[in-house]
Design a protein. Structure first.
Length: 213
């Protein structure tokens, strides 16, 4: 699997520290299970954090040299044990084959969704979405953070293509739109910590009925 879009360094550090919102954590975890590059970076972040906490409280903290610190951590984990699976149990059931058995709820003629109740409540929710080929999601903004991971197919956002395994982040500064460009349905796992505001009035009404805003 070729993955081209990854979580930011800040997100990987927050995931390693366990400080991400609980509804966002599993999306990063699922990406880590399929991306060795990010999995290694996350382990580096965890090792660096552990090393800093091991510093005695009564010793002055020396100036931190990032390059030397990274080199030291890389030497320490040159031969790490195989990492344990990151994916929470409730997401493990969504294998490529199992995705075909999901009981989808139709939103529009081209969009279906499935809510994951373990991590949904109020403005915080996690859902699977299935977008049929050619589907356009119009411009919208976010009142919180949104993490998404492509599990099947692909879509275009601005000049970038997001395919299976690719990760996307959005926050209150983001205004974006997507269009499915794959010949098969695009399935994405999406988690958000805030309401969504569509520019398109019909989508705004539909979103209220579905509890997305």
């Amino acid at each position: 699997m070729n993955v081209f879009h990854h979580p930011s360094a800040e997100t990987l550090v927050a995931h390693a520290a366990g400080t991400l919102d609980p509804v966002l954590m599993p999306v990063v975890s699922l990406h880590l299970d399929h991306c060795e590059h990010c999995s290694q970076q996350q382990r580096l972040a965890a090792q660096m954090g552990a090393a800093l906490f091991a510093q005695p409280a009564d010793e002055p903290m020396p100036p931190f040299d990032l390059e030397r610190g990274l080199a030291a951590v890389k030497r320490r984990i040159a031969h790490p044990p195989p990492p344990a699976a990151n994916t929470p149990d409730f997401l493990g059931r969504f294998s490529p084959a199992a995705l075909q058995q999901v009981m989808w709820h139709r939103v529009t003629p081209k969009i279906e969704m499935f809510e994951i109740p373990e991590l949904s409540g109020g403005d915080h929710w996690m859902r699977l979405f299935r977008f049929q080929p050619g589907t356009r999601v119009p411009h919208h903004r976010h009142a919180g953070e949104e993490f998404s991971l492509v599990l099947q197919g692909s879509y275009i956002e601005a000049d970038a293509c997001f395919a299976t395994g690719d990760f996307s982040e959005a926050d209150t500064t983001t205004r974006h739109a997507q269009q499915v460009d794959s010949d098969i349905a695009c399935i994405a796992l999406i988690a958000t910590t805030g309401k969504i505001a569509f520019d398109n009035l019909p989508y705004r009404w539909a979103s209220r009925l579905l509890g997305l805003v």
